[in-house]
Design a binder for this molecule. Structure first.
Ligand code: IPE
Ligand code: IPE
Ligand code: MG
Length: 243
């Protein structure tokens, strides 16, 4: 692998290093609702409202890629009405947020299994992706119906279908078959609501990510909390296996 080196002027221009790619496991919507005696879906709705301020914070801090874990391949096992509500909420968020995201300079992408979603939702996602594809300020990667193991399996299937020569398969080739092809690996993975697990998120890409967990529930996770996570990241020493 290529050695990773910091640009020589980093210390002069930026007192703390900023992660290029931040990935967030947006957890705790259900608990947020329960604390208020509200239905779980009210928590999900409050959670979606939070996306805008975190996107803004990313733009301000100069983060290049933000990946948000919104629905996992395991979340289909939730009660039917919650799954239906989450699908409707995504459609609604696309309708209300795409213009704003486009104006902010965000390029929307989707990672996960799109084909398993309702055709109308697929259409909305494709439209949001196409209508922001020219933007370069921030890549907003939405992981919806995403699972790390499913992603690895689809990569293997596609490589076999392409009759890739086994001897030629290196890390770079493999990564190019993942949904995150050409994106840098996440530098920082934030999980809200206190759980200390990955829950099938970016299994391959997270190999050398820094982890940050906070007990704050996702709907309450604001600009200050995000800044705190970046501050802590800036103080971490990443060694990538070296001394
Ligand atoms: C995260 O919040 C949103 C999704 C997984 C879709 P949860 O719904 O998991 O919230 P908790 O964990 O029950 O509090
Ligand atoms: C992870 O949260 C998935 C998303 C945030 C979309 P979960 O709430 O589904 O994870 P577990 O079940 O606690 O591991
Ligand atoms: Mg949860």
């Amino acid at each position: 692998m290529m050695p990773q080196t910091e640009p020589a002027d980093t210390a002069l221009t930026a007192p703390l290093k900023v992660p290029r790619h931040v990935a967030i496991i947006m957890d705790g919507n259900g608990r947020w609702a329960r604390e208020r005696g509200l239905p779980r879906l009210a928590g999900h709705r409050a959670g979606t409202k939070n996306i805008r301020r975190i996107v803004e914070a990313c733009v301000e801090h100069g983060v290049e890629v933000l990946t948000l874990y919104a629905f996992s391949t395991e979340n289909w096992q939730r009660p039917d009405d919650e799954v239906r509500g989450l699908m409707e909420l995504l459609a609604e968020v696309i309708d209300t947020e795409t213009d704003e995201l486009r104006e902010r300079g965000a390029q929307v992408r989707h990672i996960g299994n799109l084909e398993a979603l309702a055709p109308s939702l697929q259409e909305r996602i494709r439209h949001a992706v196409a209508s922001t594809s020219h933007n370069t300020r921030l890549i907003l990667n939405v992981a919806f119906n995403y699972g790390g193991r499913a992603e690895i399996l689809q990569a293997v299937r596609r490589m076999l279908a392409d009759r890739v020569d086994p001897a030629s398969v290196d890390e770079r080739t493999f990564a190019s078959y993942l949904y995150t092809d050409l994106l840098p690996d996440p530098d920082l993975i934030i999980r809200t609501a206190g759980e200390l697990r990955l829950s099938n998120f970016l299994l391959w890409q997270a190999a050398y990510a820094e982890y940050y967990s906070t007990s704050t529930l996702w709907p309450d996770f604001g600009r200050e909390d995000f800044a705190q996570a970046l501050l802590e990241y800036g103080q971490r020493q990443r060694r990538f296996g070296r001394v």
